[in-house]
Design a protein around this ligand. Structure first.
Ligand code: ADP
Length: 707
């Protein structure tokens, strides 16, 4: 079970936080682009609307003007009316004609919203007017009339202010001439006054959609000025009086007068920022401006801005909530994992507690002052204290009195040793005062940052007893060996003297009485001499054997090559006599007794030459390193040894052949074994009858000092 690590726990909120911030950025970007898109859309819509309205107004003005011209044309194209007018102007007393003229003038005034319809004679004086009343032809009127009469064309005047009527007006003038007459000779003129307030201004001012600030204005350029031609929504008495210089850069009216066309943004006559569509009216000096306050245009944009802001906010809150939910979920999962981990740990601890409690060793846990914090069942059983008593005991109280110093030393050594711990032997004391030897395996451990010491204590009474028994037996063995050796030495040494005496007297007997007595006596003397000689050899051998242990020199670095050389030189006569071929591999240096190693090689090579029968002996000596020892071998091509005798031949005086066959006493290999064992090695032979033998022995290798 893996519990989430601290870094993993930290990582999760960080990732979630990053996701959250990325979401915020994404939401912001989306909102920004959506808002920009909406803004463009609304602005474009408004611009299109303004342009459409400006177009509509221009169309309406053009239509209205064409209608007026059509009105006039309808009269002038009617020959009956023209003829009536013509004749009446020549004879103003013709009442019948006057009546008829007044009738259609009335209808014209009534239906077509003309302020006044006037008939003027060739002298430019008013002849008839409808409705009747006071009227004077102003200089503007007169100029128009004479121009019209001269050109014979209809003239639609521009807006002008009449000083006489103190009003803003438009006039429509047409000459009165009989069809077929030369143009330029008119008998009078028609003058129709139009009050712009009656129809034109309302037409201009009307706005097809509901709007708080929208309005259409009509302007024209007059020299270096722009003049407002109509009454304004937000200012009164402006027609032909409100003027601005053309240089007013941001003023929409000035822009229009300067010839700017289309949708523009600038300020209006109130100095307020507006969006406007400018469109000139064809065949006139008029320019239509359809405008609306920027504030009204941007109001829906602002509204959208707030909506987008709220949506963005809601999205961010939702993202935050989502991220928070994921975090909580993960945390809950983490806690669950941790809980499961704790459960598993608890089970493990219980299992461990069980193991500890019933362990075969004493296990105690102490704090750094040596106070016992925990102890297992085995501790209770071993020390004779109850568990509660143990938990109030210091581990030093468990030490045998004479080992207290020992204990303090160990505790000091133990400080800071955590990895491998410390193993030492000491003596512990039971509640009843009895003591027992123990092996303590102690180590420092840290639990939740606090230092404790854990000791595994093994009662080694039995081991100590058997160790004591063993060392007693060893002592005994050594003593008896030494005694045996001593005996062999004493026996062989002390026997030599009487033996020599027996031998020399027997030899004296032989010398003096050989041939003087009978044959039997001679034979007996011979047996006695032979026996005495053999006995001497045996005793010499036994002495040599006993000397291996007693007279051995101290070990020192010895070159085996040199030992072998000495052995071969001792054997030189035998080697030459037998024609033996001795070969060898390089031999190592060992710690040993040089003369004993010489004897070892000498005995083995001597045997190899001796037990060869008729063949020329071929002997090979080598050494091979195996782990911590050198394995030497002496291989021959001799008669070999039957498997059942492979062990026996190393015992003292054990021989496999009669003296007549091969000379010897059976002490050589026994000496070899003793030498090898004294050097800490083993000796054995591998052989079979007739197939040669290989004698092996080992000598411990010198420890190499590794750099
Ligand atoms: P000795 O040579 O005096 O007989 P050893 O202790 O040297 O006594 O040898 C004991 C016996 O082991 C020998 O009598 C011989 O039978 C046998 N033996 C020793 N070396 C060899 C060998 N190289 N080949 C065959 N037999 C051997």
């Amino acid at each position: 079970m893996v519990t989430p690590t601290k870094s993993a726990q930290l990582k999760t909120p960080l990732i979630l936080l990053i996701i959250f911030f990325v979401l915020i950025i994404v939401v912001n970007i989306l909102c920004f682009f959506y808002f920009e898109n909406q803004k463009d859309h609304i602005k474009k819509e408004k611009q299109n609307e303004l342009m459409a309205i400006a177009d509509l107004k221009v169309d309406q003005i053009v239509n209205w003007r064409n209608e007026r011209l059509a009105d006039l044309s309808a009269i002038l194209d009617n020959p009956l009316i023209v003829s009536q007018l013509y004749h009446w102007l020549r004879d103003p007393k013709a009442n019948r004609q006057k009546e008829e003229i007044l009738t259609w003038m009335k209808s014209l005034h009534g239906h077509s919203r003309y302020e006044r319809v006037i008939i003027i004679n060739s002298e430019q004086s008013i002849q008839l007017l409808m409705p009747e009343g006071q009227d004077i032809l102003g200089p503007n009127d007169k100029r128009l009339i004479s121009e019209s009469m001269k050109s014979g064309r209809m003239i639609f005047s521009d807006l002008y202010s009449s000083k006489f009527a103190k009003a803003t007006r438009l006039s429509l003038v047409a000459p009165i001439a009989l069809p077929g007459q030369n143009s330029g000779i008119a008998d009078g003129a028609f003058l129709m006054r139009i009050d712009p307030y009656a129809f034109l201004y309302p037409l201009i001012q009307s706005w097809p959609t509901p709007s708080r600030t929208a309005e259409t204005t009509l302007v024209r350029r007059e020299g270096n000025e722009v003049v407002f031609l109509n009454e304004l929504r937000h200012l009164s008495d402006t027609a032909l009086t409100l003027r601005y210089p053309l240089e007013e850069k941001d003023l929409i009216a000035s822009m229009a007068a300067r010839g700017v066309d289309g949708v523009v943004e600038g300020i209006d006559y109130r100095g307020i920022r507006v969006l406007a569509a400018i469109k000139p009216v064809p065949e006139s000096t008029w320019i239509v401006i359809a405008k609306v306050d920027a504030e009204e245009v941007y109001a829906p944009i602002r509204e959208r801005f707030w909506i987008v802001l709220i949506i963005g906010g809601v999205l961010i809150v939702a993202a935050g909530a989502g991220v928070g939910l994921v975090w909580r979920n993960q945390q809950a999962q983490g806690y669950r994992k941790q809980y499961e981990g704790e459960l598993e740990k608890l089970a493990l601890i219980r299992h461990f507690e069980y193991l500890t409690r019933y362990a075969n060793d004493i296990i105690v846990m102490t704090d750094k002052y040596g106070r016992i914090m925990e102890a297992n069942e085995k501790a209770v059983a071993s020390y004779g204290y109850s568990r509660d008593e143990l938990l109030q005991t210091n581990i030093s109280d468990l030490q045998a009195h004479d080992t207290l110093e020992d204990y303090e030393l160990q505790m000091k050594r133990l400080e800071g040793i955590m990895a491998n711990g410390l193993v030492f032997e000491t003596v512990h004391r039971r509640k009843d005062g009895t003591t027992f030897p123990v092996e303590v395996s102690a180590r420092e451990i840290k639990i939740e940052g606090t230092v404790f010491f854990q000791s595994i204590i093994r009662d080694i009474s039995e081991r100590k007893q058997s160790e004591a028994k063993l060392s007693l037996a060893m002592e005994e063995l050594t003593r008896s060996n030494e005694e045996l050796e001593k005996f062999a030495y004493v026996a062989s040494h002390d026997l030599q003297e009487p033996l020599r005496m027996v031998s020399s007297f027997v030899q004296l007997l032989e010398k003096r009485y050989k041939g003087n007595l009978d044959q039997d006596a001679d034979d007996f003397i011979n047996y006695a001499v032979d026996g005495a000689n053999r006995m001497q050899v045996l005793i010499t051998d036994l002495l040599a054997y006993s000397r291996v242990g007693r007279r051995g020199k101290e070990f020192k670095e010895t070159a085996c090559e040199a030992a072998l050389d000495r052995a071969l030189s001792n054997l030189q006569a035998v080697v030459e006599q037998s024609g033996a071929v001795v070969t060898r591999d390089p031999l190592p240096e060992v710690m040993g007794d040089g003369s004993q190693l010489t004897q070892l090689f000498q005995n083995l090579i001597g045997n190899a030459i001796k037990f060869c029968k008729d063949r020329t002996p071929s002997i090979h000596i080598s050494a091979e390193r195996k782990k911590n020892e050198w394995v030497f071998s002496v291989r021959d091509n001799g008669i070999g040894i039957a498997p059942e005798y492979l062990e026996r031949i190393f015992s003292i005086f054990q021989r496999l052949h009669g003296r007549q066959e091969y000379q010897g006493t059976g002490i050589g290999l026994a000496i070899c074994r003793k030498v090898v064992e004294r050097h800490g090695g083993r000796i054995w032979v591998e052989s079979d009858t007739g197939s040669g033998s290989t004698f092996y022995f080992t000598i411990p290798a010198q420890m190499e000092i590794k750099s």
